[in-house]
Design a protein around this ligand. Structure first.
Ligand SMILES: Cc1cc2nc3c(=O)[nH]c(=O)nc-3n(C[C@H](O)[C@H](O)[C@H](O)COP(=O)(O)OP(=O)(O)OC[C@H]3O[C@@H](n4cnc5c(N)ncnc54)[C@H](O)[C@@H]3O)c2cc1C
Length: 280
């Protein structure tokens, strides 16, 4: 299918992009891996696409001691191949390797994925598990938004008109074990269910735990009640099972081509038990 007609604007600077986005009926174009299919399927339409690809200032990975900053235009493949991210933010590294296929990872960007806010995408659950911050920019200035407040619904975020994601800030979680596990129907697919876990143990007891899921709600689902079940307790089979039950009972998965709501809850329980069990 052909998309409805639209104009194309190639900015020379971030300032020029923000000016144009504020004045016109326009949408930013990053990797185009979600935007172009949505235009072609006529789910959305726009007056102009503002191509962010010439803006090299949006593509970077910076190690800043206690945190890592990743520019919005950084490709999934650049995250996967970055050895510092692999060591310092292993959860992000693990998720980036599982986004789509090689072609998608070579072109798609972290900023595009986060702004797109697909409830089945990989990064949103990682960002909410890590308490990452999303830094935005617009003509009105800059904002820093906690990941838990950024995702508002399916394909809906707290971004305002004309506002861009500039970078994402990941705190380094020293002393934590992390794991990202994704269940898909076909290789290269979006998650039917995925889980992002960050866990810190002290003398066999859970000192901190974050459990966040994709594919089971309108937004990434941080299972805070299930986390409470585990806090300050031994990470044993009984407590893990209880936490998995609580996580699944608080989720509201859709029924769609990837699986029914009931099935997704069953998958949630299985991957929670398996992932936490492997982290003992
Ligand atoms: C075949 C296929 C399989 C895929 N599988 C997966 C998968 O398994 N897991 C997964 O997570 N994703 C998957 N994706 C999606 C992929 O990760 C995309 O890269 C991502 O959703 C969008 O990133 P993009 O850079 O292509 O953004 P675009 O498609 O260019 O933009 C997406 C949306 O974000 C907006 N936008 C882009 N950049 C910014 C910015 N900096 N600030 C504000 N708004 C912005 C655009 O206007 C648009 O609304 C798949 C895509 C395809 C085509």
């Amino acid at each position: 299918m052909y998309p409805p007609e639209f104009g194309y604007f190639k900015p020379q600077s971030l300032e020029e992009a923000l000016d144009f986005l504020e004045k016109e009926d326009a949408r930013p174009l990053a990797g185009g891996q979600s935007l172009i299919p949505m235009l072609k399927l006529r789910i959305i339409s726009t007056g102009y696409l503002v191509d962010l690809n010439p803006l090299s200032s949006l593509s970077f990975v910076k190690d800043e001691g206690s945190q890592v900053r990743v520019g919005a235009l950084t490709r999934h493949a650049e995250i996967t191949s970055n050895t510092m991210i692999k060591t310092e933010v292993p959860l992000l590294y693990e998720a980036s390797r599982q986004v789509g296929d090689v072609q998608v990872r070579n072109v798609g960007t972290i900023g595009g994925s986060v702004s797109n806010a697909d409830p089945a995408a990989d990064y949103p659950s990682v960002l909410t598990a890590l308490d990452a911050k999303i830094v935005t920019t617009s003509k009105g200035g800059s904002r820093e938004i906690n990941a838990l407040n950024f995702f508002k619904g399916p394909f809906t975020t707290s971004l305002n008109e004309g506002e861009l994601v500039k970078e994402i800030v990941f705190p380094k979680l020293n002393g934590y074990k992390t794991s990202y596990v994704k269940v898909v129907r076909r290789a290269g697919d979006y998650a039917m269910v995925s889980i992002a876990v960050a866990l810190r143990l002290k003398e066999g007891k859970v000192e901190d735990v974050r459990l966040s899921y994709s594919g089971v709600s309108d937004t990434p689902y941080r299972a805070k009640e299930a986390e409470k079940v585990l806090m300050e307790r031994e990470l044993n089979e009984e407590n893990i099972k209880k936490a998995a039950e609580v996580a699944a009972s608080g989720a509201n998965p859709p029924s769609d081509v990837r699986g029914s709501s009931w099935y997704r809850k069953e998958v949630m329980k299985v991957i929670t038990v398996k992932t936490l069990g492997d982290m003992k």
